[in-house]
Design a protein around this ligand. Structure first.
Ligand SMILES: *Cc1c(COP(=O)(O)O)cnc(C)c1O
Length: 215
């Protein structure tokens, strides 16, 4: 597949849902992709990328920014507090705010740095023990906590369990965002981004369908 094909499918999914395609941001997830693949997508003009690991992102994006100018970088993987400053200095958005300690650290650093990326709270909608994210039952309280810290909270993010129907999780995330007055919905990956768009996704995170299988 390719960037053009995914963009076409995204546009159609939005139109089918009666939505403006411009209301959906395509995050090209470049983790573990060879630099040549990433460069090819940059050369096609795409400027919004997602990375799982801060260290990997710090290794490749300063160089790409020198060559291609401004790039909107989203950190979408689990974030350790000792990597928070680096993440904040590198990225325009963090999708994986998943615990009070991380929120407190981000707030302290935001004061020091004087700015903060857009934040999404990761919700463990499938309540999977091995997965990061705040539990659905704790989400409303955590939203309040993050807001009370003065942080720029944009929305919620989820990764549905692989063996379950993703739409149920997308619908649940949409409901939780709506009742908290949050407009951002980071949901949908290569296999299910069209369903996510039908259920209101504002940010889809698509890796392998754009770049090919990861090495
Ligand atoms: C890797 C990853 C993606 C992209 O997955 P694909 O199936 O390759 O589209 C999206 N979101 C998160 C959090 C990821 O870690």
């Amino acid at each position: 597949m390719s960037l053009t094909e995914i963009t076409t499918r995204l546009t159609k999914a939005a139109q089918d849902a009666g939505r403006d395609p411009a209301s959906v941001t395509l995050i090209a997830v470049s983790k573990m992709q060879p630099d040549d693949n990433v460069r090819a997508v940059l050369e096609q003009g795409h400027r919004v990328f997602g990375e799982n690991r801060v260290q990997e992102a710090a290794g490749k994006w300063p160089g790409f920014r020198e060559d291609f100018g401004d790039i909107d970088l989203h950190i979408i993987g689990p974030l350790q507090t000792n990597k928070a400053r680096q993440a904040m200095e590198l990225a325009q958005a963090i999708h994986s705010v998943d615990r009070p300690k991380l929120a407190t650290t981000l707030a302290r650093l935001a004061d020091e740095i004087g700015s903060c990326p857009d934040l999404f709270i990761q919700v463990n909608t499938g309540e999977e023990p091995q997965k990061a994210g705040i539990l659905p039952a704790d989400t409303d309280a955590f939203v309040k906590e993050v807001r009370d810290l003065g942080l720029p909270l944009k929305g919620l993010m989820c990764i549905p369990p692989v063996e379950e129907t993703p739409s149920l999780h997308f619908a649940l995330l949409g409901k939780m965002a709506a009742r908290n007055g949050l407009t951002g919905l980071s949901m949908g990956m290569s296999g299910d981004f069209e369903q996510a768009i039908a259920l209101g996704a504002t940010h889809v995170r698509v890796g392998s369908a754009i770049f090919g299988a990861r090495s």
